[in-house]
Design a protein around this ligand. Structure first.
Ligand code: SAH
Length: 254
């Protein structure tokens, strides 16, 4: 089995010494049963991945010494996921899967029908870090504090196309509103290949309100898309949309 990966914030170079505090060391010590003399791989998005050796293991944590450079960091695509937080388990799933799928930023947005309890950003950051370690990423996605949808749209960087998963079928849309199209057609037409900045948006269990839908459809940077004839659960929609975007325009094309 290859050595476990550990995401760290510190700069990495040969000979550098790191400490993993007790909470971070617990998994390595008690589950993987690593001890002094064993190797791990430490990495961050700047310095890439390095082999490190455990020098001491005690109750307070692990002391590591960085030994050898292994791999340069690969950049994560500039892809954001805006999602309405849902029930706790489903939100956790969205964060874990979005990390595996290569999202750079996770932005919880509060919509009219969002009913989630409070969003625990620190908890989600932990899930994202573990998913990053396991999925061979070099960074963990940034998790922004929740913000109202209207505010996120207000301050939008118009160079970033927002691929909006619109569940309303058979709804022709009013004047000035763009029709949603099957996601792959919409992505191909817009020819987003090589377009640097993308984002996807999915709604809560109850979907978007008509007024939100009208607003989204009227904005020039929004690309309304359908994810097929079935209504997907919010978490399924987020994961499915990201997979299609990555395959059509993201780093699954590399
Ligand atoms: N209760 C709503 C469904 C909400 S599904 C209803 O019955 O209409 C939750 C979110 O997943 C939606 O807001 C949308 O962003 C996305 N979604 C689900 N199915 C979809 C589909 N077939 N096409 C596009 N988006 C979809």
């Amino acid at each position: 089995m290859s050595n476990p990966r550990v995401l760290v914030l510190e700069a990495l170079s040969a000979g550098a010494r790191l400490r993993l505090e007790a909470d971070r060391a617990r998994h390595l010590k008690t589950v993987l049963r690593l001890d002094a003399g064993d190797a791990v791989r430490v990495f961050n998005g700047r310095d890439g991945e390095w082999r490190a050796r455990i020098e001491t293991a005690d109750k307070r944590g692990l002391a590591l010494r960085v030994e050898e450079f292994l791999r340069v960091a690969r950049a994560t695509p500039d892809l954001d996921l805006l999602f309405a937080p849902v029930k706790r388990h489903a939100t956790d799933l969205i964060v874990e899967k979005a990390t595996e799928l290569g999202v750079r930023r996770l932005r919880p947005v509060l919509t009219a029908r969002t009913i989630a309890e409070t969003v625990r950003v620190d908890r989600l950051a932990l899930i994202a870090r573990e998913a990053a370690e396991q999925s061979d990423r070099f960074d963990a996605p940034e998790i922004l504090p929740p913000s109202p949808l209207a505010k996120a749209l207000d301050g939008w960087d118009t160079a970033r196309t927002l691929i909006y998963a619109d569940e309303a079928r058979g709804d022709a849309g009013g004047e000035g509103e763009r029709m949603m199209r099957p996601i792959l057609d919409a992505l191909r037409d817009r020819s987003l290949q090589g377009e640097a900045k993308l984002a996807t948006l999915t709604g809560p269990e109850g979907g978007f309100e008509p007024s939100e839908r009208r607003l989204l459809r009227s904005l020039p940077f929004v690309l309304p898309v359908s994810l097929g004839p079935r209504i997907l659960r919010a978490e399924t929609a987020a994961i499915a949309a990201l997979a299609v975007v990555q395959a059509a325009s993201g780093d699954w094309c590399d």
